[in-house]
Design a protein around this ligand. Structure first.
Ligand SMILES: Cc1cc2nc3c(=O)[nH]c(=O)nc-3n(C[C@H](O)[C@H](O)[C@H](O)COP(=O)(O)OP(=O)(O)OC[C@H]3O[C@@H](n4cnc5c(N)ncnc54)[C@H](O)[C@@H]3O)c2cc1C
Length: 425
């Protein structure tokens, strides 16, 4: 657990002032020396959680500025249900007001364009500059430009809908407008990508919609991977329930796309779809590259798993989908919130002149809908292994659902509401 009292004493010594009994909200600065300042970039699962826990665990003695380019948070988890039509994007949208009003986080709507790690400043698109003592980056993923010939991630004829928002609504409209008996084709990129079970959940939820709205239609899952990447037996069973509607094709490497004809060119065949949904190959959010952080495979940020600092870049902590994942660790919202807690605790210890916790543990649960109500889950536990210097999953901990159920559907919603509250206050 995070040693809050020791941290508060450490900060008090730094600032030359008594630490306790400070208000939780509002920016606190002690006489003689400014309160430490942590800038967090990205108000998604990782960044928002880090911002709130830095304020919570420091009892308001650390100033936190959250810089996020979007006005409101829209959850990717559950966004496949928008495609199935059982909910709308509003059901997944939350504001940052509570982080600001109840937790004293300074929320800035802007885009960070540059990081000067040596000078400990970030610059934004509007030209503002922020000094920091510690910087947290949780920029999520961006798509690799030019990875698939003919594909531009902004092309509305071939949406990705892999960042919840306008593209989710666009893909829903395309599905509703699809001709009777049309083909919806979904391309899954080679792992690692954001949310391993997400594409298979999407195929099921869309098939569930189509079997009522367009029963002669077809869902074609073109997977660049050799097999289903998560909850394989459960998704195989779910696909069997949609026999004749879902067709799953592994090893379907996508070479090129023609937006005008909605054609996918695979290694040995061309597939013309009525609705073509391509998840482009992904890498750490572009900010990681702009910040000059160390990347593994040119894609994911290499971090120290105790402090979550980018290797060789002291003071810059990276979370969530952007990091090069440890073995068995999914790129999930749940996992990003776990990274955020460990990083927040490490930052507070470092600010107090202490070493980070030497034995952090993170865990994950991912729920997937197989129709509008029934859900399956996978869970895992990942303690830090001191010899391997990274988290390693505990064999036998966690596991998967026995079968899909509506009871788990309710739990999935409870997980989502609790998580949004935990992130955003
Ligand atoms: C269809 C789908 C279903 C999913 N289902 C689940 C699920 O059931 N459970 C689960 O746990 N996970 C799920 N996920 C995965 C989950 O959404 C991600 O793993 C999670 O969002 C990662 O959190 P993050 O903080 O790394 O990135 P994000 O949550 O994407 O946050 C990144 C934020 O940074 C902002 N940003 C980026 N660059 C800048 C910049 N330069 N300046 C300012 N702001 C910036 C972005 O606007 C964004 O708000 C799903 C994903 C998808 C696509």
């Amino acid at each position: 657990m995070f040693p809050r009292r020791r941290f508060l004493q450490g900060i008090a010594a730094l600032a030359g002032a008594p630490a306790l009994a400070l208000p939780l909200s509002g920016c606190v600065s002690a006489p003689g020396r400014a309160a430490p300042h942590v800038v967090v970039v990205g108000g998604g699962f990782g960044g928002a959680t880090a911002a709130r826990y830095l304020r919570l665990w420091s009892e308001g003695t650390v100033r936190v500025t959250l810089i996020e380019r979007d006005a409101r948070f829209v959850s990717c988890p559950l966004s496949n249900l928008v495609l199935g039509g059982s909910i709308g994007l509003d059901d997944l949208t939350r504001s940052y007001d509570r982080l600001r009003d109840d937790w004293g986080v300074t929320v800035v709507r802007d885009e960070v364009t540059a990081v000067d790690a040596a000078g400990r400043t970030v610059t934004t698109a509007s030209g503002a500059r922020f000094n920091y003592d510690r910087l947290v980056l949780s920029p999520g993923v961006d798509f690799i430009p030019g990875a698939i010939e003919g594909l531009s991630p902004g092309d509305e004829r071939v949406p990705h809908a892999w960042k919840a928002g306008p593209q989710t609504a666009l893909l829903r409209r395309q599905l509703v407008a699809m001709r009777a008996g049309g083909v919806y084709a979904l391309h899954v990129p080679k792992a690692p990508y954001r949310c391993p079970p997400g594409p298979y959940e999407r195929a099921c939820v869309i098939a569930d919609y189509l079997r009522h709205a367009n029963p002669r239609a077809k869902v074609l899952v073109l997977d660049a991977n050799p097999e289903i990447q998560s909850k394989k037996a459960l998704f195989t069973a779910a696909f069997a329930e949609y026999k004749g509607l879902i067709e799953y094709r592994p090893n379907s490497d996508l070479r090129a796309v023609d937006g005008a004809t909605r054609t996918a060119e695979l290694e040995f065949e061309r597939i013309a779809a009525d609705v073509l949904n391509v998840l482009p190959p992904m890498r750490a959010g572009d900010l990681a590259r702009r910040a000059g952080l160390p990347l593994i495979n040119e894609r994911w940020v290499d971090i120290d798993w105790l402090s979550y600092e980018a290797r060789g870049v002291p003071g810059v902590h990276v979370l969530g989908d952007a990091v090069f994942a440890a073995p068995g660790m999914p790129k999930s919202g749940h996992m990003a919130t776990q990274h955020a807690r460990v990083a927040a605790a490490a930052i507070l210890r470092l600010l107090a002149g202490e070493a980070p916790d030497p034995a952090p543990v993170v865990m994950n649960t991912c729920y997937s809908f197989v129709d509008a109500r029934r859900v399956i889950h996978v869970a895992s536990v990942h303690p830090f292994d001191p010899e391997k210097r990274q988290p390693v999953p505990v064999a036998g901990a966690g596991g998967v659902s026995a079968v899909a159920s509506e009871a788990e559907g309710e739990i999935a919603w409870t997980w989502a509401r609790n998580t949004w509250r935990d992130m955003l206050g």
